[in-house]
Design a protein around this ligand. Structure first.
Ligand code: ADP
Ligand code: MG
Length: 481
């Protein structure tokens, strides 16, 4: 597709669709719900994505889900792998201190992940390159689904006049997949632990105080209720420590609403917070996290799964034989491995020093990643060089180094605050994974819809929440014709 120049009427259709279908976000934190709303920045057109790469990323998602669950079950592996990182990174250290505190009969498992990729192009060959695995608070499933639907609408509308075959705009089912996963974990808990029918059972969404992106969460909460009649309540970690308690069997109860004599039983805890040190401003929040971990509730994620999502584990997985420890089928392990970009340990060994030197000599070829989530934390170019030059050998071990992926640059039109912006973009493609287990029984393991986020090609880092990337959806192209 050649991007047609948008008309004012076309832009107006896009903006009205976004605003009227909940593709919205708060201008600022702590706004009164329902006020201070703007449409989320979006692309006007869907962006071309290599079709075979799209299908391959979707195909391997259940294998990646298995990989995450198996690493998470191997606590001694996690302890060994993260030992040096935890010694220098206090956040990883604190998470590690909670590893193993979940009761043995807490065996309902809910995984909601997003595996993010760039499509790399070299000598006209397209290949998937994984940017990262998100194992906690993978966001934008709902707004991403709605953006896919918006592009289908625009593609069909005379005001837009896109020259697109609708079959190349894949249907995105992320909302339904995540909603079904959450509802299934809830139902499995009830089946396994048989709480009295008089008890009100809920899913607890752990949110950030004053969240700007709460509408993405609300769409999911509402879908879970409408499709499955499962109630999701939303509390912050600070509220949880005031309102939650465990009974003698480690069932997690919450006084809800606060300051009443009503208690609800939490079957499942879905974290949309807790991934950043900023989410734990005091000991209270850590106490809440510890209480949840010690409970029978299904945790999405458990501490173990969150640790699998660290950048360090992803670097280690790139070493020969590591994926293969957990995935028996060579074909499956090879398919996962084929998506990896090279990563390098920065441990306080000779090997780490050698990798640091390589990056200092050629800083534009690498990305320096700390053990953080949420965008805007990585270092590039001169900053990467200076950071590595000024760190001690020990401090260096808190980071990993990764080959910089060079995705293709395409021309696009972004819409921010109702205004078109003409710019070159690169797009990051994410596939949601949904995995529910009851003990060793895999109740659900599926690829759960997709997300495309695009950012100006001039920007190294930063997600939608950080105000850099915008929501997009894929237009599948086979590039062979
Ligand atoms: P976070 O947990 O902060 O989202 P990511 O690994 O996803 O961490 O990095 C944030 C952003 O940095 C990505 O969205 C991508 O734009 C960019 N980035 C990360 N790794 C690479 C890489 N290897 N090559 C190029 N860009 C990268
Ligand atoms: Mg990311």
């Amino acid at each position: 597709m050649k991007p047609s120049s948008p008309t004012a009427a076309g832009i107006a259709e896009a903006v009205s669709y976004a605003a009227s279908h909940g593709i919205i976000v708060c201008h600022e934190k702590h706004a009164t719900p329902g006020t201070n709303i703007t449409h989320v920045p979006i692309t006007y057109h869907p962006t071309p994505l290599h079709a075979a790469s799209y299908h391959e990323a979707v195909r391997i998602t259940p294998i990646l889900n298995l990989l995450v669950s198996r690493i998470a079950a191997d606590h001694s592996y996690l302890r060994r792998a993260l030992f040096e990182t935890a010694a220098v990174d206090p956040f990883t250290h604190r998470l590690m201190s909670l590893l193993g505190s979940s009761p043995p009969d807490a065996d309902i498992y809910l995984g909601i992940y997003r595996y993010d990729y760039f499509v790399n192009v070299q000598n006209q060959q397209h290949s998937l390159r994984m940017v990262e695995m998100n194992c906690i608070a993978a966001s934008f499933a709902c707004l991403g689904t709605k953006t896919s639907e918006m592009h289908r609408f625009l593609a069909s509308h005379p005001a837009c006049n896109f020259d697109i075959n609708m079959q190349n705009l894949p249907i995105n089912h992320a909302i339904q997949s995540l909603a079904r996963g959450i509802a299934t974990a809830h139902t499995q808990y009830i089946r396994r632990h048989s709480p009295p029918s008089t008890v009100r059972t809920v899913v607890l969404l752990v949110g950030q105080p004053g969240e700007r992106n709460s509408y993405d969460q609300d769409i999911l909460r509402i879908a879970v209720w409408k499709e499955h009649q499962v109630e999701i309540i939303r509390l912050t970690l600070a509220q949880i420590i005031d309102q939650a308690f465990l009974d003698e069997y480690s069932n997690l109860y919450v006084t809800f609403p606060a300051n009443t004599s009503h208690h609800v039983l939490v079957t499942t805890v879905y974290f949309r917070a807790g991934y950043s040190p900023d989410d734990y401003p005091s000991e209270k929040e850590w106490e809440a996290r510890a209480l949840i971990e010690k409970s029978l509730a299904a945790k999405c994620p458990s501490i173990a799964v969150q640790l699998v999502g660290t950048k360090k584990i992803q670097q280690i997985l790139d070493l020969p034989g590591e994926v293969e420890r957990f995935i028996d089928s060579k074909e499956d392990a090879d398919a996962i491995r084929a998506t990896f970009a090279r990563q390098y340990s920065l441990s306080s060994t000779q090997e780490g020093a050698k990798a640091a030197k390589m990056a200092i000599n050629n800083p534009d070829a690498f990305v320096l990643k700390p053990q953080r989530e949420g965008g805007g934390n990585n270092l590039y170019g001169e900053q990467l060089k200076h950071a590595l030059q000024s760190m001690s050998d020990n401090e260096r071990a808190a980071y990993v180094l990764m080959d910089k992926i060079m995705p293709p640059v395409v021309k696009s039109v972004l819409i921010r605050d109702g205004e078109p912006i003409y710019t070159d973009i690169v797009s990051e493609f994410g596939v949601y994974g949904v995995h529910v287990m009851n003990g060793t029984d895999h109740v659900e393991n599926e690829s759960g819809g997709t997300l495309l986020r695009s950012k100006p090609a001039s920007q190294d880092d930063g997600g939608v929440a950080a105000g850099v990337a915008v929501l997009d959806s894929p237009l599948l192209v086979d590039y062979t014709g």
